[in-house]
Design a protein around this ligand. Structure first.
Ligand code: ATP
Ligand code: AMO
Length: 428
């Protein structure tokens, strides 16, 4: 269909005065001599003036949110608050909406979150909700572009797997013909195997599944993980790649959407590279100055992270976590094996990314499995790749929805998820 986007008309960039526009009839008002339709497409809204009686009759019983196309003339000096008007000379009803709507697009009071998620197809018609996913798309585009420039290969690892990576209790089981399998918690083992395969630097953007029972504002049971793995690298190397990737992602969002974000009063934080670094042990010292005693080896609670976040500001790394808190694949510090060459990237109190240098010696790897109470035989397909020439390597995993939630200061990760999967929700 030949059509003009409403955004182009609003910005005075429409080609010619006669146009065809198409979208949703958001509001229809019948006055004495004219019918006004507020027409919305993905780029904006304008007012359609319908004066012809035949056309007025044709739309008189049209329900809100019906899909129409309108051909007409752009009004040179629009009086409507929407900033653009067209006088209709033909209207095509493409698909009628049922009435009443399960929720409105432009209601003064927003529907509750459950209703919004149950009717996500309408919820996302609101420009400020759709914008979240446009930000996500631009962010990911910026990150992808950066990684490609850095020589990374985009890969796709299996999501139906035979072994846990991030802790045994949080797996969704799958009946795989006569075998027992699971949905993958992260591409960890596969991205490491690809280092032995010589792909050198890989990244993957894909789903990760965690059967975590709790319902929190920052956890999903299915999320999008952006993962990298780099050969002949340590944790410092991949921290550098991470901060620059985020910087480039934010730059891309500002380039693509800057003006529109401002119009919706949405602001992106600055990413000043390099991000500050603080070791886990320094965190404990900082907390003890506030009279909070955390024993070495204890995880930092959300309240403690909040205190640290207030002190550190926006983005910062917490590095050198204790071995007891990190998975089997994490490289111990050669000088002090009770701590690891690991890091989390935080934004204030919230974790965005975990990463580390990995164990590359197969003997050490087997020891680490045993130390974590895991049986190395269950991971034979993985350890095998370490026995025949595995380079030293490092990488990270970033939750895309987490990142967008944090950047846009959203109250709940589900706002940054099209169709969230949580403890109770598998539909829509
Ligand atoms: P990981 O898989 O590394 O735990 P994560 O992103 O789930 O990744 P977070 O949940 O952001 O980690 O962890 C931040 C801190 O919050 C951790 O110190 C953890 O102890 C704490 N935490 C995690 N889950 C919960 C929860 N359901 N309730 C309260 N605190 C939690
Ligand atoms: P981790 O388990 O910390 O590390 O996960 C990495 C990042 O993924 C995001 N994330 C989640 N997002 C939404 N809902 C969840 N339930 C959830 N769980 C995790 C977070 C987190 O920082 N293999 C390692 C990464 C690596 O070392 O390369 C891993 O999976 O943003």
């Amino acid at each position: 269909m030949q059509r003009t986007y409403i955004g182009d008309i609003l910005r005075g960039r429409a080609n010619g005065r006669e146009v065809t526009v198409a979208g949703w009839a958001q509001d229809i008002r019948n006055l004495k001599n004219v019918t006004f339709i507020v027409l919305r497409d993905s780029t904006g809204r304008l007012q359609v003036n319908v004066k012809d009686q035949k056309l007025r009759d044709a739309v008189s019983d049209l329900a809100r949110e019906s899909v129409i196309s309108v051909s007409g003339a752009i009004v040179e000096e629009p009086k409507s608050r929407l900033g653009a008007e067209i006088d209709a000379y033909s209207i095509n009803i493409l698909n009628r909406s049922d009435a009443p709507l399960p929720m409105g697009v432009d209601d003064p009071v927003e529907a509750d979150f459950e209703t919004r998620l149950n009717n996500r197809f309408i919820d996302l018609r609101k420009p400020e909700k759709a914008m979240i996913f446009r930000v996500e798309s631009s962010m990911l585009w910026g990150i992808r572009k950066f990684l490609k420039e850095q020589g990374f290969v985009e890969v796709h690892s299996p999501k139906i797997v035979a072994a846990a990576t991030e802790g045994g209790a949080e797996l969704f089981p799958v009946q795989y013909f006569e075998k027992k399998a699971y949905l993958n918690q992260s591409p960890q083992l596969y991205k490491e195997i690809l280092m032995s395969a010589g792909l050198d630097r890989v990244f993957e953007v894909g789903p990760a599944f965690r059967a975590e029972e709790h319902n929190t504002p920052r956890h999903l049971n299915e999320f999008t993980s952006v993962d990298i793995e780099v050969s002949f690298a340590d944790h410092e190397d991949v921290m550098g790649i991470l901060e620059n990737a985020i910087g480039q992602g934010i730059k891309q969002v500002k380039e693509d959407l800057g003006g529109e974000l401002e119009a919706l009063s949405l602001r992106m934080p600055e990413a000043r590279v390099p991000f500050p670094r603080i070791t886990y042990e320094r965190c404990l010292e900082e907390l003890s100055r506030d009279g909070i005693n955390v024993n070495f080896g204890e995880d930092l609670s959300p309240e403690q992270l909040r205190l640290l976040g207030d002190r550190m500001g926006g983005f910062y790394f917490i590095t050198k976590w204790p071995s007891s808190l990190r998975p089997f694949y994490t490289m111990p510090d050669p000088e002090r094996p009770e701590i690891t060459n690991s890091f989390d990237l935080q934004f204030r109190e919230k974790e965005i990314t975990s990463g580390a240098q990995r164990v590359h010696d197969p003997k050490m790897l087997e020891q680490r499995f045993r130390a974590k109470g895991l049986n190395p035989t269950d991971f034979e397909f993985y350890i095998k790749a370490f026995r025949y020439g595995m380079p030293p390597h490092a990488g990270w995993g970033l939750g895309l929805e987490r990142l967008v939630m944090i950047l846009l200061d959203l109250p709940n990760i589900r706002e940054a998820t099209l169709f969230p999967r949580d403890r109770t929700r598998v539909v829509p």
